[in-house]
Design a protein around this ligand. Structure first.
Ligand code: UDP
Length: 448
């Protein structure tokens, strides 16, 4: 049988910051328990991962390059981890599926004992691994609520989802994730879950999502293992980040809100206006990360309301493109997080006890927003009857969550989560390690 120190794990995260981070955190936990980790991605994506690995002493892993075929629709900048243009997903998936033989070579050279792959990872790779009798385990970097909702909708036609509070609908809410009804989407989702893996790891934890984890277990015959929160480290500050941190350091304790809509969503002109005016009306300090699509050459000054930056003075900092989110959330000057409710953002906010002003936009975000409001750590900014954001409402919710009396429960709850997470042991990971060793040994027995 295999001993831990000799088990080789090949990790296949999907591209994009929010997908790579939980894999790197899981890698850290597994290497500290003597697993040997290889992480495979495309050369462009690996170059930014390499930086994160060399800057982080506690992370030791081997990087493995997967070369994609050149497709005419795939522009050269396609795989930056700081934002993966979503319209490229289908082409990228196609490119990954066309690279099965390169992947097969990687497997033959490395001979891993186990493959851990992202739910979004194109199907070809885990299928090839299974054909070599290598056990495959899926890591889902989103909420259990979302996955159980998706499975419920597909499996139990017409039956009401048992958890009404997080139903992705309701008046004055962000547009719901459209129930993917067409056969193709349905097949892709179910196919993703049904793949040959026996075990699904989720980046979540029982205190946050116990009932959804349990419900998900009833909907699938796979072993569901919550391994979260897998949240990135805060001890690495990059050169251009230090200015932001210095600025934040000059602000009073609990005085500043952090505003970010993640790595994949770009605000429309109208949304920019409402958020900018909302921040101005709130009269609070803020750091706001503003991002524009790579191909559109937009000037910051033009995208913001006229005179906004001048009026702002030293009260706010508008950062273009990227800010060290986890460090900012961990900082004592930070009092609230105006967030699009990406799953990583939520976990980071909870880890550092920062209450959330939820402005979910699309995909899984509306459901995530409802979930955090339901557990009491967030208040969602309501929209008008046409689904539009409104500056007064934004300002009012910010003020409520970070300072006013009727937001006190939310602030207390966020702090409680943070304390609970700090005290949380690593038993889940120890349990997981036992399971993974067993899985590898069973596969070995089958092969021999
Ligand atoms: N992030 C960051 N700086 C930014 C924007 C995002 O560090 O300016 C990180 C953030 O800390 C999180 C991830 O990128 O770990 C975003 O993941 P999330 O699931 O919240 O949203 P997505 O980008 O997938 O929409």
């Amino acid at each position: 049988t295999r001993e831990r120190g000799t088990i080789k794990v090949l990790m296949l995260p999907w591209l994009g910051h929010g997908h790579v981070s939980p894999f790197l955190e899981l890698a850290k936990k597994l290497t500290s328990r003597k697993f040997v980790i290889y992480l495979c991605s495309t050369p462009i994506n690996l170059s930014s991962i390499k930086k994160r690995v060399t800057e982080n002493d506690s992370l030791s892993l081997e990087l493995v390059e997967l070369h994609l075929p050149t497709l005419p629709e795939l522009p050269p900048h396609h795989q930056t981890t700081n934002g993966l243009p979503l319209h490229l997903h289908p082409t990228l998936k196609q490119a990954f599926d066309m690279s099965s033989s390169s992947f097969s070579n990687i497997l033959q050279t490395l001979r891993p004992d186990l493959v851990i792959y992202d739910i979004l990872y194109p199907r070809a790779a885990p299928t090839v691994a299974s054909s070599y009798n290598i056990p495959v385990v899926q890591l889902i970097p989103t909420a259990a609520a979302l996955i159980s909702y998706g499975l419920h909708v597909f499996q139990k036609h017409g039956v009401e989802f048992p958890f009404a509070a997080i139903q992705p609908r309701g008046p004055r809410r962000a547009p719901p994730r459209e129930a993917p009804v067409d056969d193709d989407t349905k097949e892709r989702f179910l196919g993703g879950i049904r793949q040959s893996c026996k075990m699904i790891l989720l980046n979540t934890f029982r205190e946050l999502e116990g009932k959804y984890i349990d419900y998900l277990s009833t909907l699938t015959d796979k072993k569901i293992v919550p391994v979260g929160p897998l949240v990135q480290d805060t001890n690495i500050v990059e050169q251009n980040d230090s200015q932001i941190m210095q600025w934040l350091g000059t602000k009073d304790e609990f005085s500043t809100v952090f505003v970010s809509f993640g790595s994949e969503y770009f605000l429309s002109k109208e949304e920019m206006e409402e958020v900018a005016h909302g921040l101005e009306l709130s009269k609070l300090n803020f750091i706001w990360v503003v991002r524009f699509p790579f191909v559109e050459k937009i000037e910051l000054q033009e995208a913001l309301p006229k005179g906004f930056l001048d009026r702002l003075g030293n009260r706010g900092l508008v950062v273009e493109d990227w800010a060290p989110q986890a460090q900012i959330l961990a900082h004592s000057s930070t009092s609230g997080f105006v967030s699009h409710c990406g799953w990583n953002s939520i976990l980071e906010s909870l880890k550092f006890g920062v209450p959330i002003i939820a402005i979910p936009m699309k995909y899984d975000q509306p459901m995530n927003g409802r979930l955090v409001e339901d557990v009491g750590v967030a208040v969602e900014v309501k929209r008008d009857e046409n689904g539009k954001l409104n500056r007064e409402e934004i300002a009012q919710v910010i003020r409520k969550v970070v300072g006013e009396k009727d937001g006190e429960d939310v602030r207390i709850k966020a702090r409680e989560f943070s304390e609970g997470m700090r005290m949380k042991g690593e038993e889940e990971i120890d349990g997981l390690v036992e399971e993974l060793v067993q899985l590898c040994n069973e596969a070995k027995l089958l092969k021999n």
